[in-house]
Structures are given as structure tokens and as C-alpha cells.
Write a protein that binds this ligand. Structure first.
Ligand code: DAK
Length: 265
């Protein structure tokens, strides 16, 4: 990594095709400052481009916090110019996750506040440990959410619940997050990473070209009308018939045998 500061705020490890990205600033409860954002962006882009990686997991270091938000200390002294740059950077990071070809699972191991909740909402699947806490505290700090929270939360939870959480800034616990659909699973903290890995492996065992097309279809469809959405899906469906995976899997089914893994092409 010529000329680039060695990464330390974000750790990356590949385990059986699963790229585990750990935000590693536990002293500040993994708050996102400019360095963390830059390292996260680089890590996500590299993982998305790495053919060894099929699925990514994003989590926070330590057992207390996923990400306790954007760095308030750093934001407190920002000029308008720096603030603009910071927001642009943050949005670029969130979009790099949302628009990654590969699925991204958030393993939320504690506080997911402000930018932390926004980071989780940029991921494709969210699971949480029992100690996880969610909130958008920005209105209490004199700002709006800045990393897409006002956009992604109503799409995920509906207008009323998003309004309630963003305007009150009230914190909710993991069980309520599951009840309102902010996360899809809640497990004891010691089981969180195993559960995330199991979920990732369930995705890894499928045809990765199809998996990536499914993600793209869902994301495109959520931003358009249904006719445009189904026509996008039809294109993706057609594309899959040009893969060896489709031929191998359907041939195996017709011949009543078990397919021994995908070529992912
Ligand atoms: N930023 C910086 N440092 C933080 C932090 C944060 N968000 N959250 C925690 N820390 C630091 C604390 O300052 C403390 O550092 P030291 O004092 O030890 O040096 C350390 O982490 C441990 O925190 P506490 O001692 O406070 O731990 P407690 O268990 O007592 O409390 C807590 C945990 C999570 C309840 C508390 O730390 C807390 O309330 N933190 C702030 C949470 C918060 O409000 N987060 C939302 C931040 S606002 C935008 C871009 C982005 C955004 C908005 C606009 N544009 C550019 C337009 C996004 C905004 C946000 O995310």
C-alpha cells in the first residue's frame, strides 16, 4: 500500500470466502472519524473486488459497541467546508456497501447510534446481539442524520416509525429493533459472530452470480416503480441463463443427483 497510512482502524480477515470487516476503534466505541471512514471505504472496495470474497460481514471491535456514531469530537470543530467533505465521504462509504456487488451482513454487537445505525442500515442483512441499542441522536446534537438515515430508515421501517425514532432520538433495545424489522435476528452476544458466519455460509453455498443479481434486483426495485423493477428482474433472470451454474444446477435436478458445488460463473 504505497504512500498510504497503514490501516489500523479497520481490520480485515477472510474466512472461507467470508470477508470480515471489523471497525477497530474500541476506545471511542468505534466512532467514525475521517480516518475510519477512509479505511472502511478502501476495505469494502477491495473486498468487493477480491474474487476470494463472496459475502462481507461488518462488525465493531469489543463487546460494547458496533459504532457509536460519527465522531462528535471531530465534528464539533468542523468548518462548513470540512463538514461537506465529511458528509460526502460518509455517504460514499454507505453507498459503497449498499451498491457492492456482494452481500453485506451487519453483525451489530452493541451501540448502533447515529452514523452507526446508518452504517447498519446500508448493509443488506442486519443481525444483533441482545445488548445492541439503536438510535438516531442527531436532532439532539443540533444536526440531521448525515449518512442517509432520513432516507434509508423510512424505506426500511415505514414513515411513522422512522419519524418517531429520528424526531424523538429515543434509543431502542435489540428486541424492539427486531419487532419493527430493523434487524432480522437477535442472539446472545457470544453467538453473534457464529450466527453471522452461518448466515454468510448459507449465502456462499448458492450460485454467486445469481446471488449478486438478486441483491441488485432488490436494491434497484426498491427505488423504482414495479414495472421498471420487474423488467430489471427479467434482464437479470435472462443473464443467469448464460451461466454454467444455471446449467449445472438444473441438469443435476433433472438427473436427480446432488450438485457438487458451483463454479460461480
Ligand atoms: N464520537 C466520539 N467519541 C465517542 C462517541 C462518538 N459518537 N461515542 C462515544 N465516544 C467516546 C467517548 O467520548 C469516550 O471517550 P473518552 O472520554 O474515554 O476519551 C468513549 O467513547 C467511551 O464512551 P463513554 O464513556 O461515553 O461510554 P458510556 O458507556 O458512558 O456511554 C454512549 C456510551 C454510547 C451512550 C455514549 O458514549 C454516547 O452517548 N455517545 C454518543 C452517541 C451519539 O450521540 N452518537 C451519534 C453521533 S451523531 C453529518 C454526518 C454524519 C452525521 C450527521 C451529519 N454531516 C456531515 C451532515 C452523523 C452524526 C452522528 O452519528
Amino acid at each position: 500500500r504505497k504512500g498510504v497510512k497503514k490501516m489500523s482502524n479497520v481490520l480485515f480477515e477472510i474466512k472461507e470466502h467470508v470477508g470480515v470487516i471489523t471497525i477497530n476503534r474500541p476506545k471511542a466505541l468505534n466512532a467514525l472519524n475521517a480516518d475510519v471512514l477512509a479505511e472502511l471505504l478502501t476495505t469494502v472496495k477491495e473486498a468487493d473486488a477480491n474474487p476470494e470474497v463472496y459475502v462481507m460481514i461488518v462488525t465493531g471491535a469489543g463487546d460494547k459497541s458496533f459504532v457509536a456514531g460519527a465522531d462528535i469530537g471531530q465534528m464539533s470543530t468542523m468548518t462548513a467546508e470540512e463538514g461537506k467533505l465529511f458528509a460526502a465521504y460518509g455517504n460514499q462509504v454507505m453507498l459503497s456497501i449498499e451498491n457492492a456487488a456482494k452481500p453485506v451482513i451487519a453483525a451489530i454487537n452493541g451501540f448502533a447510534l447515529g452514523g452507526g445505525c446508518e452504517l447498519a442500515m446500508s448493509c443488506d442483512i442486519r443481525i444483533a446481539s441482545e445488548n445492541a441499542r439503536f438510535a438516531q441522536p442527531e436532532a439532539g446534537l443540533g444536526i440531521t442524520p448525515g449518512f442517509g438515515g432520513t432516507q434509508r430508515m423510512p424505506r426500511l421501517l415505514g414513515r411513522s416509525k422512522a419519524m418517531e425514532l429520528i424526531l424523538t432520538t429515543n434509543q431502542i433495545k435489540a428486541a424492539e429493533a427486531k419487532e419493527i424489522g430493523l434487524v432480522s435476528k437477535v442472539v446472545p452476544q457470544e453467538e453473534l459472530m457464529d450466527t453471522a458466519m452461518a448466515l454468510a455460509k448459507d449465502i456462499c453455498k448458492n450460485a454467486q452470480v445469481a446471488v449478486r443479481q438478486c441483491k441488485a434486483c432488490i436494491n434497484h426495485g426498491l427505488q423504482t416503480d414495479i414495472l421498471t423493477g420487474v423488467s430489471y428482474e427479467a434482464e437479470a433472470f435472462g443473464l443467469c441463463f448464460a451461466t454454467e451454474d444455471q446449467k449445472d444446477a438444473m441438469k443435476a435436478f433433472v438427473e436427480k443427483r446432488k450438485l457438487d458445488g458451483f463454479k460461480n460463473r
